[in-house]
Each structure stands twice: as structure tokens, then as C-alpha cells.
Design a protein around this ligand. Structure first.
Ligand SMILES: *[C@@H]1O[C@H](CO)[C@@H](O)[C@H](O)[C@H]1NC(C)=O
Ligand SMILES: *[C@@H]1O[C@H](CO)[C@@H](O)[C@H](O)[C@H]1NC(C)=O
Ligand SMILES: *[C@@H]1O[C@H](CO)[C@@H](O)[C@H](O)[C@H]1NC(C)=O
Ligand SMILES: *[C@@H]1O[C@H](CO)[C@@H](O)[C@H](O)[C@H]1NC(C)=O
Ligand SMILES: [Cu+2]
Length: 176
């Protein structure tokens, strides 16, 4: 009896350790090491256009909270840099915002003058709701970009599903 309990424990632990890989996608730090700032006039549009954001990924803004903030805004407020009617406001200086929807996600800094000089970013999330079969064929098995490697973990692979099923079903059976 003792050994089967140990087995249950191991299987459950294995399932839970695997689960974060299933639900968490890639974490994208806006501006990479530059962070979220007006200093240096970082080109956030260029940065964003070179990423492939997906539902399940996380956008992280790192900045000095004394000098900046993060506001999610509408398309028109993004264009006009209007910080008066944000959809959401973040102020911790290390804000992780999960992407839960496809389409555009508009962020600006709400400190007067900052958005207008370029502290704004449009996170466009690709429409890949038909996930599962169609995986990016452009990715060579040779490519060694670390973030690209992680992104494959954000997909539900059949191996992950099997592990999840084994992790949840087997203990249930054993406990009955
Ligand atoms: C786009 O990303 C690739 C690798 O992910 C990098 O080599 C390239 O320099 C980036 N281009 C720009 C314009 O940031
Ligand atoms: C921001 O928070 C994450 C955890 O949410 C942590 O891993 C990371 O080191 C933090 N970054 C900074 C610059 O504080
Ligand atoms: C995503 O694609 C599906 C099917 O192609 C479509 O029905 C849906 O409206 C699209 N969603 C967005 C946000 O474009
Ligand atoms: C892998 O990359 C190296 C250099 O980065 C290249 O020489 C080699 O041809 C590539 N192999 C494949 C199978 O793409
Ligand atoms: Cu700012």
C-alpha cells in the first residue's frame, strides 16, 4: 500500500510541475533590457513588430514607478495619447499583463508628455485560435533563440496532454 501511495504522490507532483508549462506562454519584456522609458527614445513599434505574440503569453513592463506607469487604452486614445480614460492602469514598476485575447492591445505611459514622444506600444496578438495542427513551419529545428524555444512549450503538445491525463486520471483510479 505504501508504495502505491508514493506512486500517486509522484504522479500528482509530476502533473503539477508540468502544468505551468501548459498555461504559461512566453514572457515578453517590453523594450527588452531598456525597459519602459522615454530615455533613448526606444522604438517600441519596431520591437513589437518583430515579436509574435500569442494568447497565453505575458507582456511585462519594467520601469521606475516614480517616473512612469502603464495604461491600457483604446485605439483612438492610443493614437491621440489620451491618458484620461484608460481601460486599465498599472503602477508597480514590474507589471506582468497576461494576454487573454487576440487582436490589438494598446499601452501608453500616462505621465504627461511621455506617450507623445513615443512611450507607447501596440501589442498585436496574432489570430491563431485554430491551434493544435498548424504550427509555425518557418521555425527551423536549428534555430537557437531562447525565447523561440520557450514558445514551443506554450503549445499543448500531445505529450503534455498525455502527461496531464496520466497525472489526473491515474491518481484518481488508485485512490478509489
Ligand atoms: C528581430 O528578432 C531577431 C531574432 O529574434 C533579431 O535577430 C533581429 O535583430 C530582430 N530585429 C529587430 C529589428 O529588432
Ligand atoms: C519582475 O517580476 C518577476 C516576477 O513576476 C521577476 O521574475 C523579475 O525578476 C522582476 N523583474 C524586475 C526587474 O524586478
Ligand atoms: C480569427 O479567425 C477566425 C477564423 O479564421 C475568425 O472567425 C475570427 O473572427 C478571427 N478573430 C479575429 C480577432 O480576427
Ligand atoms: C544550422 O545552423 C548552422 C549555422 O548556424 C548551419 O551551418 C547549418 O547548415 C544549419 N543546419 C540546418 C539543418 O539548418
Ligand atoms: Cu513614462
Amino acid at each position: 500500500m505504501g508504495s502505491s501511495r508514493a506512486l500517486v504522490f509522484l504522479v500528482v507532483m509530476f502533473a503539477y510541475l508540468n502544468f505551468p508549462l501548459l498555461v504559461n506562454g512566453v514572457v515578453y519584456s517590453v523594450g527588452e533590457s531598456t525597459g519602459w522609458t522615454t530615455i533613448g527614445h526606444y522604438n517600441y513599434a519596431k520591437w513589437a513588430s518583430n515579436q509574435t505574440f500569442k494568447v497565453g503569453d505575458t507582456i511585462r513592463f519594467v520601469y521606475s514607478p516614480q517616473h512612469h506607469n502603464v495604461m491600457q487604452v483604446t485605439s483612438s486614445d492610443y493614437e491621440s495619447c489620451n491618458a484620461m480614460t484608460p481601460l486599465a492602469t498599472y503602477t508597480t514598476g514590474n507589471d506582468s499583463i497576461p494576454i487573454t485575447k487576440e487582436g490589438h492591445h494598446y499601452f501608453i505611459c500616462g505621465i504627461p508628455g511621455h506617450c507623445i514622444v513615443g512611450q507607447k506600444v501596440d501589442i498585436q496578438v496574432s489570430n491563431s485560435s485554430t491551434s493544435g495542427g498548424a504550427m509555425t513551419p518557418t521555425m527551423s529545428p536549428n534555430s537557437t533563440s531562447p525565447s523561440k524555444t520557450i514558445s514551443s512549450a506554450s503549445k499543448f503538445s500531445s505529450k503534455d496532454l498525455i502527461l496531464l491525463v496520466v497525472g489526473l486520471v491515474v491518481p484518481t483510479i488508485l485512490l478509489i
